[in-house]
Design a binder for this molecule. Sequence first.
Ligand SMILES: [Zn+2]
Length: 149
Amino acid sequence: MVVVAPARRLLRGDSTRYRITGDGLGSDDSRALADVLQREINSGRCEAYAKIREAELATLPNRLCDYCAGAGELTTQHIKLIEERRATFQIGSVDEFFGLMHKFRVGEKCPCCKGTGSLEPRARSYPFSVENVQGFAAFLRSCGGFRIC
Ligand SMILES: [Zn+2]
């Protein structure tokens, strides 16, 4: 992780692979991180990393659907799982995903995987590009500091 490693040295909050909360950078550190990122871009390491990551993502196999466990259609157990997730998610998020107030039926094609039983690897949901890093560096240079909420 050519770009992430230098950035982590500047961030000090509660960070894991998937989240960084309660952290942020002041104006000086924001500009310092922008400089680090710009050096990574200018050196070509950022683009090299992007190509390696893209090649790695292309080799990842699909994963079993979270909702139907690969069956492609819903059983009573799957419907119960969906209903439980509806109850625990914040208002609307799962309903928006599956269709507002949709009543699922046993044997129905799984709405998550559209009946295929598999989904793309989660890592493909997190795009990386030199353009994104460049945009973040521009933000850091002009933001005057920020906090992650
Ligand atoms: Zn499914």
